[in-house]
Design a protein around this ligand. Structure first.
Ligand code: AMP
Ligand code: GLY
Length: 431
């Protein structure tokens, strides 16, 4: 089977690595891919908006499965453009929802209304549009701080502000609704109740009918140790985590995952692909903070090594509508993932520094994201440069192992958090 994977990050490198292990795979193409994915498939330069080029590529290379890594192309309707092309109809399966289903991530208001309609636990909310600044500010007085303010549309993880300062909250509302910060994404804002707890990323894969849970992970979102400083795409991950124990994950399955897939069906929204449930564990009860319509980065780098099952077989289960017959077999051991970033990220940083030591790493997987090949030299080319994943029999061993490997890699201005997973080791183990 020939597969086209869309994306260029560490998530896509991990997916390419996993797909390449499948006996069902013939050729893997990655658009655009990165120097890491080159080991597992061919990089192709494809303009996703050029319908003719996409169609010709899919037909010429006999692509059966298109896997979309990031949310952007899905929210933008890539699935619809492929599935509705008369020459491609029935020939290819897209892993990732149509534009309608992608609204689960593309619009916070859509997601909140969906959750309320289907009784899926989430924070109470009100939404306001351009022209309702006064009402939005007045609404702050009916809320208990901290205030959670979210731009409705995609804002690359930067559209959420949590603050206890009413003045700041009012300013944020003004900057989004009036001054056009976040552009169209911020023309509608969602004000929601603050949830106090620990966050966990849970994942499912669905053919629109059946679904299977994938391993859960904790993501370390802030740039600084001890969860300080600005939000990033994610600086590390641990899978599994002790605060998302069997009991909790059963609740996630019953109260979040199952009603989400059922709700999509009831609403007449066809959905095939992944759903990332960003959850808050509030005293043992799961609440949905957000949905994403894709896998997480760096969570994917932590969970795919634990997945023993053939990922392409699961995709084939989606293609044939027989996902219910497939098995998801998971390694019990723990993985720790540490992201190595460029100094200055998530703000300004320099690029073009040689990355050395990747080939010396033996005890971890090295997934590339912000790298580029210039001749034979591997250079930094982004904020998040690499992520490393190691196994351990528990969190403590996994983090010891991953940091051994991190120490072998060097580039000018390398930055990584040294405390990934530390909070989980100190935390008392739950029964
Ligand atoms: P989101 O983009 O919706 O995932 O929000 C980004 C981050 O803001 C989350 O990872 C949480 O840390 C925080 N956050 C979002 N919504 C809430 C909420 N209702 N209560 C507490 N924290 C929240
Ligand atoms: N690591 C969080 C995300 O992928 O959105």
């Amino acid at each position: 089977m020939n597969v086209l994977l869309i994306g260029s990050g560490g998530r896509e490198h991990a997916m390419a690595w996993k797909l390449a292990q499948s006996s069902l795979l013939d050729e893997l193409y990655v658009a655009p891919g990165n120097p890491g994915t080159l080991r597992h498939g061919r990089s192709v330069d494809l303009d996703l908006k050029d319908q003719k080029a996409m169609r010709n590529f899919i037909l010429e290379k006999r692509i059966r499965i298109v896997v979309v890594g990031p949310e952007g192309p899905l929210v933008d309707g890539l699935h619809d453009r492929i599935a509705d092309d008369p020459q491609l109809a029935g020939k290819v399966t897209v892993i990732g929802p149509r534009q309608h289903g992608a609204q689960l991530e593309g619009s916070k208001e859509f997601a909140k209304e969906f959750m309320f309609r289907h009784n899926i636990p989430t924070a109470a909310f009100r939404s306001f549009t351009k022209g309702q600044l006064k009402e939005a500010v007045e609404h702050l007085d009916r809320m208990t701080p901290p205030y959670v303010i979210k731009a409705d549309g995609l804002a690359a993880g930067k559209g959420v502000v949590v603050t206890s300062d009413r003045k700041e909250a009012a300013q944020v509302l003004k900057s989004m609704l009036e001054s056009g910060k976040f552009g169209a994404a911020g023309e509608r804002v969602v004000l929601e109740q603050f949830l106090s707890g620990v966050e966990v990323s849970a994942f499912l894969i669905t053919d629109g009918d059946a679904f299977k849970m994938l391993p859960a992970a904790k993501d370390y979102k802030r740039i600084g140790e001890g969860d300080t400083g600005p939000n990033t795409g994610g600086m590390g991950a641990i899978s599994p985590v002790n605060f998302a124990d069997k009991d909790f994950m059963q609740k996630v399955h019953d109260r979040v995952a199952a009603p989400t897939v059922r709700g999509l069906r009831e609403d007449g929204i066809p959905y095939q692909g992944f759903i990332f449930m960003g959850l808050m564990n509030v005293g043992g009860e799961p609440y949905v903070i957000e949905y994403n319509v894709r896998l997480g980065d760096p969570e994917t780098q932590a969970i795919l090594p634990r997945l023993r099952s053939d990922l392409l077989d699961l995709f084939e289960g989606i293609a044939s509508g027989t996902l219910s017959e497939r098995h998801v077999d998971v390694d019990d051991r723990t993985t720790a993932t540490v992201v190595m970033a460029s100094e200055g990220y998530p703000e300004d940083f320099e690029k073009g520094f040689p990355v050395v030591g990747v080939d010396m790493v033996k005890g971890a997987y090295v997934f590339q994201s912000g790298t580029i090949l210039k001749g034979d030299a591997l250079l930094t080319n982004g904020g998040r440069v690499l992520s490393l994943t190691a196994f351990g029999k528990d969190t403590e061993h996994a983090i010891t192992n991953v940091y051994h490997s991190v120490a072998l890699i060097d580039f000018e201005g390398k930055y990584f958090r040294k405390d990934i997973g530390r909070d989980l080791v100190r935390a008392p183990q739950q029964a």
